[in-house]
Design a protein around this ligand. Structure first.
Ligand code: NI
Ligand code: MN
Length: 221
């Protein structure tokens, strides 16, 4: 059983019996007032170094001896700051104790010199989960959908900094995932979106189901 705990924005936890994976731990303004001290992840996956993604990653990693998994540039910086880290890069896969991770492209700034933003495809228990990170729509999402039998795709829909709902509808067609969880919206006015019309449009056009998870909620995948 995998628990998906949506903290807010792009930050969420995937929890199984043996692992706690924390993604993009930006906590400022989350509705349950979760602070770094409340989180005890085994691994922290960071898609890029913009402050709304890197967030409190180093502080949480140091306090819990968590392994930071990210692009090489961020992994090097994390180790310089005293954290355990595992650097990977786009197209690479690695098998961790919890399962396989593939680093995917994301069309976005890296937030760190010489770096590149990324997404992740994670094999966890019997599920395959794609977290797109911050990205535009891109044609190779179709290739990702062919390479991996994605169960859950966690996609930004906020627009302005990432794809918006209309482009995310196209992403759903490309990825061929069973379930879609929209994120990276309504954190600030500039990325305000109503996920309900997105859900309706996706479910009319494709066989995917959209699960709207409110910040602070936990669901079972
Ligand atoms: Ni960003
Ligand atoms: Mn962002």
């Amino acid at each position: 059983m995998i628990k998906f705990n949506y903290i807010h924005h792009s930050c969420f936890l995937l929890e199984t019996k043996n692992s706690k994976l924390l993604f993009d731990p930006f906590l400022d303004g989350n509705p349950k007032n979760i602070t770094p001290k409340d989180l005890t992840p085994s691994h922290i996956l960071v898609s890029h170094a913009h402050s709304d993604h890197l967030g409190s990653a180093y502080e949480i990693a140091k306090a819990n001896n968590s392994l930071i998994i990210s692009t090489n540039e961020i992994a090097v910086e994390a180790s310089e700051k005293g954290c355990n880290s595992h650097g990977m890069h786009i197209g690479g896969t690695h098998i961790f104790p919890f399962g396989k991770v593939r680093i995917t492209p994301a069309f976005h700034g890296s937030g760190i010199a010489g770096g590149h933003a990324c997404g992740f495809i994670i094999h966890l228990e019997d599920k395959i989960i794609y977290f797109a990170g911050d990205t535009s729509l891109f044609g190779d999402m179709k290739l990702l959908g062919e390479l991996e039998n994605i169960d859950y795709a966690i996609l930004p829909i906020g627009d302005n900094f990432t794809m918006g709902p209309e482009d995310a509808e196209k992403a759903v067609e490309f990825l061929n995932a069973n379930y879609i969880i929209p994120i990276h919206y309504n954190t600030w006015p500039i990325i305000e979106q109503n996920p309900v019309p997105f859900k309706k449009a996706v479910e009319e056009k494709t066989s995917a189901k959209v699960i709207i998870v409110k910040p602070g909620e936990t669901i079972t995948l």
